[in-house]
Design a protein. Structure first.
Lengths: 218, 218
């Protein structure tokens, strides 16, 4: 398998959501052009993205939606559920603990950590909060591979180091700071300003754009 | 100007961040290949994305970083600051009010709204919270065009309608629900599960992937 660009994975997730919507509407087949349009790109992009992973669909007929959806689900590793640890039970952490979208998309935050003794031992939305000192043992016992960092900027690097030491292999980081990390661990920074820059572009150029992405995904 | 795909805008923001980092390191020139690699894509993609907006760089020399950075900033409409309204002062809303990344990237949340009387009239991180009933007048007085929705799923559509009625032209929606909206307003949904699916893909395929995106942007 070739190195897959990050944007391809992102679009696969988007295709998957669009396909779910189409299935709910009782539709069986979709063309790459339709799928591309509904996903905010185009048919060429869809065909190119899928080509990384083999042969899909029938020329002149399109994709059988249920089959394509199930193959993309498998490619994304989303055919099971994922257990996730969350570190930093501030406002953002608390919000994510009760984020409806995660559970719906098969991500279960099953444990939280904080240094604040007033939070340790409590449950937030059914999730127990443990002290940072218990992190290594708890994560190894529960065999968790995925973690979310929602600590303040100045603690993010330290927390990332502890997570890697505990055996975490993929980290989603919400702290707006660059973290250095071991090469075999996947780190993804969520940059919320980047989403707002998309709005800025639209407001600056909206005389040129008609808003095809209205209500779209991603 | 042609219709610009959403992903292109997203990458422009990423290029802009990479260019800032290079400038801070005192570097003057960058090739499209280098810029692509640092941005998690490749040189062809960089050249293709920039081609939407005109002529950039010199063949065999590369891009003058300060010039490219300033042109991308202008394209994104980020050569000034943006005033933003935030609706829904729950955990997520409160977290975003104090999000360091926004102010650093020239987005100022200058007003918040909630229906909860215990929050109305208070200040969170210096931002005054007003009652929803004051929204229309306040947004029109302050001439705000950009808003962030952090209300619960069941209120998101109602809030979006009120925002459009108040003259808001671009909305960032954190509620995990599909909102329908007038065609001349730009709506962007933040789907945090999509970020986790990137982690899932990596954990499923990491025997094939070496993690070039480690510590990368976007």
């Amino acid at each position: 398998m070739k190195k897959i660009p990050d944007m391809v994975i992102r679009r696969l997730s988007t295709y998957s959501r669009v396909l779910s919507d189409l299935m709910e509407k009782g539709i069986d087949l979709v063309s790459s052009d339709e799928l591309g349009k509904l996903s905010g790109c185009n048919g060429t992009q869809v065909r190119k993205d899928l080509a990384y992973f083999g042969q899909f669909g029938t020329r002149g007929v399109g994709y059988r939606i249920s089959e394509l959806k199930s193959r993309i689900t498998k490619i994304l590793g989303m055919d099971g559920r994922w257990n996730v640890a969350l570190i930093g039970i501030g406002n953002l952490g608390t919000a994510l603990l009760s984020h409806e979208g995660f559970r719906r998309h098969k991500f279960d935050i099953i444990i939280g950590f904080d240094v604040d003794k007033s939070k340790v031992g409590k449950k937030f939305n059914g999730v127990e909060i443990k002290d940072m000192s218990e992190l290594k043992r708890a994560i190894s016992e529960k065999d968790i591979k995925m973690a979310i960092i929602t600590v303040p900027v100045q603690s993010a690097q330290t927390v990332a180091n502890i997570l890697v030491d505990a055996g975490i292999k993929a980290i989603l980081n919400f702290a707006p700071v660059n973290i250095s990390i071991s090469k075999d661990v996947f780190l993804k920074n969520v940059d919320l300003s980047l989403e707002l820059e998309g709005l800025s572009f639209f407001l600056t150029h909206n005389e040129y754009q008609n808003n095809e992405f209205n209500g779209s995904y991603g």
